[in-house]
Design a protein around this ligand. Structure first.
Ligand code: 28G
Length: 641
């Protein structure tokens, strides 16, 4: 076998770790949560991220152009890349190949001596050996030096030596694994979750083709390839908007790491900034974001002064003014990322602030100088924002003074609960009056309140705060929740610790859910962050066998119920088209009873996705919306938000 330089370099590191290492994988199976966060569906997907991240690393290192992910019908998932292939030659010290070492030895932090920038941080980067340990079976294939090598593992242990299986022209690595159903609550991979993540990774990794095939369902196949990297991301985010100027893009390698920034303004009032460090979404921002914001305000003010758009007597534009209508993606890569905060989603490295600030200052200033038309548009927009800010504050103050919210009585259609401790109380936001009626009759009056909402509540996308407050459906919802809005927001006044969105399992229901989630995401983010927002799961089918009733929440459950019936059992199936078709007891039993129901807690990721879908559905331009609806009309039913 070929002895590569890299292997000689790395082989010395493992001998000393051997014993500790053997304990290592047993520890992973004993306390999986310590390594992958949890053993629920989120933990399950961490296995996928771990493997995909390794392929992305190989691509960031410049060796891999294609990554293909397959969700197999038998429960396995496989990832294949066309990189160099994990080395398979035996290492003197360990007596094991690099392949077996990587797959069976727990590497602290998952990083070992390759240099370069790695997708690692938070829960990621624990190493593929963790995936191996938590799989009933894993098969690794390496295509290297014209050969196909293969090794199989069970629960982290190699079943046999690395074998040569045959010849190949291919190069790369393929990992196929079956997550252990004795460890995970569920071993069913979610197509939409994986797709969303892959799309994001594809944007962040220039010129790599990432494809996803779901063999469980015919025709579920997607492929992403973005020539322009994060520039394509900005283009995508602004697709359905009316844009101001072109797309700015800079990539620069600094001593501190690589800084990549793209942005474009649009004529909405929203600010959308996505930040990443080593491809990890830093939801809570951090040093790179701070540097970017500082430089943005500075360059725009400097340019406006220089060309006397801002006169001597004028105040500087504020940071808020220069971010209205801004869509930006900021991606940094650094050798030793420090992730801070409770969720480890904030970049800590102080040196990144100055690096980003310096890169962006220079490049954006140059862009403004070289593109005077864009510059004029952007600055015009910022001046407008500044004026609108003052006007809006006045308008909002008036609305609030008029008592739009405060001191207002609870809405008439709210059927409140009697318990007065918010920690015990739940608010069901229900689509339509008829389902609202069933929910009111079926509920536990002590702790469950019902608020029926009519149809499409409001297009919040293009409205300012004062206008949103004026909408009756939104007003009822906000008053019922109790926390106020905007500057008067006060989480202490929250009236229910569970706010449950309960909509029909159809296109309209998905749309209304998107609307409500978007409203929360844009104006009550803290409610989502603190975990107060839920989505009710109502059954899709009722199967009646004689006198016994069974409910199925998806097609698979229905099939399972039918498969469990004796051969000649007489049964009937009802497919619920809406919540309104259930009587009060059924609604209680299947969807509302705290003892039996299944609630999905909404995460910021979910809401972000809803927000993006919402943009496309509701955005300023009619054409892309039409296209989206035509293209997805059939799929919208499955919208997983
Ligand atoms: C298919 C699923 C996920 C990967 C590589 C390529 C190399 C590698 C991976 O090396 C061991 C330790 C430090 C060098 C590196 C191949 C250098 C030369 C690689 C993946 C050896 C790990 N040739 N591709 N690991 N290093 N793809 N895809 O996991 O010294 S992992």
């Amino acid at each position: 076998m070929v002895d590569t330089k890299e292997n000689k370099k790395s082989s010395g590191n493992y001998g000393a770790d051997q014993i500790q290492v053997l304990e290592g994988l047993a520890a992973v199976r004993k306390r999986p949560g310590m390594y992958i966060g949890s053993t629920d569906v989120t933990g399950l997907h961490h296995l996928v991220w771990e493997i995909v991240d390794n392929a992305i690393d190989e691509s960031m290192a410049g060796f891999c152009n294609n990554i293909s992910i397959i969700i197999h019908a038998d429960g396995a998932l496989s990832v294949e890349d066309d990189g160099r292939g994990i080395p398979v030659d035996k290492q003197k010290q360990t007596g094991k190949s690099a392949l077996e070492t990587v797959l069976t030895i727990l590497h602290a932090g998952g990083k070992f001596g390759d240099g370069g920038y790695k997708v690692s941080g938070g829960l990621h980067g624990v190493g593929v050996s963790v995936v191996n340990a938590l799989s009933t079976k894993l098969v690794a294939e390496v295509y290297r030096d014209g050969n196909v090598y293969m090794q199989e593992y069970k629960k982290g242990d190699a079943v046999a030596e690395v074998k040569v299986m045959g010849k190949t022209e291919k190069q790369g690595t393929k990992i196929l694994f079956y997550p252990d159903d004795g460890i995970f609550d569920t071993v069913v991979f979610d197509f939409n979750t994986i797709l969303a993540r892959l799309r994001q990774q594809a944007y962040l990794t220039k010129a790599v083709q990432i494809s996803l095939l779901d063999e469980r369902e015919e025709g579920r196949k997607y492929s992403f390839y973005f020539e322009g990297g994060i520039k394509s991301y900005v283009e995508h985010l602004n697709k359905s908007k009316e844009n101001i100027g072109g797309i700015f893009y800079i990539e620069k390698t600094m001593p501190e790491g690589v800084v990549e920034i793209s942005l474009q303004y649009n004529n909405t009032f929203q600010e959308t900034i996505y930040t990443f460090a080593n491809n990890i979404h830093t939801v809570d921002g951090g040093s790179h974001l701070t540097g970017f914001k500082a430089a943005l305000t500075r360059t725009i003010n400097a340019y406006a002064r220089k060309f006397e758009v801002l006169k001597e007597k004028d105040d500087n534009l504020l940071a808020d003014d220069v971010r209205e209508g801004l869509t930006a993606v900021l991606s940094v890569k650094l050798a030793d990322p420090q992730f801070e905060g409770q969720t480890k989603a904030k970049l800590g490295n102080a040196e990144m602030r100055t690096a980003v600030e310096a890169v962006f200052n220079e490049a954006f200033n140059q862009y403004l100088e070289e593109n005077p038309n864009d510059a004029r548009g952007v600055i015009g927009k910022c001046l407008l924002a500044s004026r609108a800010r003052l006007a809006a504050r006045a308008a909002r103050d008036t609305v609030i003074r008029k008592g739009a919210l405060e001191g207002m009585t609870l809405p008439g259609k709210l059927a409140d609960c009697s318990n007065k401790d918010p920690a015990n109380c739940e608010l069901f936001v229900v689509e339509g009056d008829s389902a609202g009626g069933s929910a009111k009759q079926g509920r536990n009056r002590d702790i469950q309140a019902i608020l029926p909402l009519k149809g499409k509540i409001l297009n919040v996308e293009q409205s300012r705060l004062d206008k949103i407050l004026a909408n009756n459906e939104v007003k009822s919802l906000i008053i019922a929740i109790g926390v106020g809005i905007g500057e008067s927001f006060d989480i202490e006044k929250l009236r229910y610790h569970k706010i449950v969105i309960m909509t029909d399992a159809d296109v309209d229901g998905a749309h209304i859910r998107t609307l409500i989630l978007t409203l929360f995401y844009r104006y009550f983010k803290k409610l989502i962050e603190d975990g107060y927002i839920y989505i009710a799961q109502s059954p899709l089918y009722k199967v009646a066998v004689g006198k016994s009733l069974k409910y199925a929440y998806n097609d698979k459950e229905k099939e399972d119920i039918l498969a469990g019936l004796s051969k000649d059992a007489k049964y009937s199936i009802q497919r619920y088209k809406g919540l309104g078709e259930m009587n009060p007891e059924q609604l209680w039993e299947t969807t509302m009873d705290p003892e039996k129901r299944l609630l999905l807690r909404v995460t910021i990721d979910d809401a972000e996705r809803a927000d993006a879908v919402f943009d496309t559905l509701m955005g300023a331009e009619v054409l892309p919306r039409k296209k989206f609806i035509q293209a997805y009309a059939k799929k919208v039913k499955n919208l997983d938000i």
